[in-house]
Design a protein around this ligand. Structure first.
Ligand SMILES: [Zn+2]
Ligand SMILES: [Zn+2]
Length: 329
């Protein structure tokens, strides 16, 4: 049991969850089916990043994505639409969240992890401004790389060079694969992210993302070009695993829009007097504060298995600092 009253770091947070950071109970032994059910009910049956991403994917598929037949050869019309399908939700979600939480300060510091405001007039950031820096690396770099990858995948799907499915052909697989996409994403992210923490790659590439010790919605995928080239390779799973364009769209929004929420810096969004949505992710917030911990997500507990898990306690901070020291010496 973690005793938070003994935590020397407590004063550094404006707010932090009372309980140690939770991990997906699917991987504990002996099995805890009720806890697993609670975990997935919490993720899929509330307003969370998962449900938001699924809703965005369905809307994009129903109203904006050109049919696969139109994507058999490269043409500006559909390619432009694919780019818009990346840009518009990113701008709307990050823009709205940033406006509400950091400009309008709609809920003050309620459930805000870090007590500091976002950085201005600081030479660490491109344009000397954290928000403009983050907007540039997101809309300029990340959106370009992900769009190019998606063009390739849709084009290959359209030409029948990779296994695709329809709802009518495989309804069970359709649902099962949708459910596993966040897990695949977590697995891929953990390994790519660990690689990026190799001192050489870190210094020249991943440091762009880690300029943001105190994070905001636009920090989500504010990454260096090389990091984006690696990070978005997660989509290439759809060249191997039988998928429908809706799977790719859900994967896209999970990879691009959910980091906006997990980097929002606030655990919950308040609407009126009630907590309307779960946004922030203390698990990843700890990664931005202490760097060499929590490389993955709470979906698959790789960090726990490889000894890099930080649960938010003082002991974990001590362990992380010791690990960091031996890493760079
Ligand atoms: Zn990192
Ligand atoms: Zn991050």
């Amino acid at each position: 049991m973690t005793d938070f009253s003994q935590d020397a770091e407590a004063a550094r947070w404006n707010y932090r969850p009372v309980n140690p950071v939770g991990l997906n109970p699917l991987f504990v032994w002996p099995p805890r089916p009720a806890a697993v059910l609670r975990w997935y009910r919490g993720a899929w049956l509330q307003l969370t990043s998962l449900t938001l991403c699924l809703a965005l994917a369905v809307a994009a598929y129903a109203w904006f994505l050109p049919p696969l037949e139109a994507m058999q050869s490269f043409a500006p019309g559909w390619m432009f639409r694919v780019w818009l399908l990346n840009m518009v939700p990113q701008i709307l979600v990050a823009g709205a969240l940033h406006w509400w939480l950091y400009m309008r300060k709609g809920q003050g510091k309620y459930k805000k992890f870090d007590r500091r405001d976002l950085t201005r007039d600081n030479g660490t950031f491109t344009f000397r401004n954290q928000v403009w820096d983050n907007i540039w690396w997101t809309l300029g770099s990340a959106m370009t790389v992900c769009t190019v990858y998606q063009w390739l995948i849709y084009w290959m799907m359209a030409n029948g060079w990779v296994p695709t499915i329809t709802w009518a052909q495989a309804p069970v697989w359709f649902v099962v694969w949708m459910f596993f996409i966040p897990m695949w994403s977590g697995l891929h992210f953990y390994w790519v992210h660990r690689l990026e923490h190799h001192p050489k790659l870190y210094k020249h590439v991943h440091a762009v993302h880690h300029r943001n010790v105190n994070i905001g919605p636009w920090s989500g995928i504010s990454n260096h070009w090389y990091e984006n080239i690696l990070y978005f390779t997660t989509y290439f799973i759809h060249l191997v695993v039988p998928s429908h364009p809706l799977h790719l769209l859900f994967h896209i929004y999970f990879q691009q829009v959910s980091p906006i929420l997990s980097h929002s810096g606030f655990e919950k969004i308040k609407a009126g007097e009630t907590e309307a949505a779960k946004t922030g992710d203390f698990f990843h917030q700890l990664h931005h504060r202490y760097f060499e911990c929590n490389y993955g997500t709470s979906e698959i507990p790789f960090d726990k298995w490889f000894g890099t898990f930080h649960d938010g306690s003082a002991e974990a901070t001590t362990c992380t600092r010791a690990y960091k020291k031996q890493m760079y010496t």
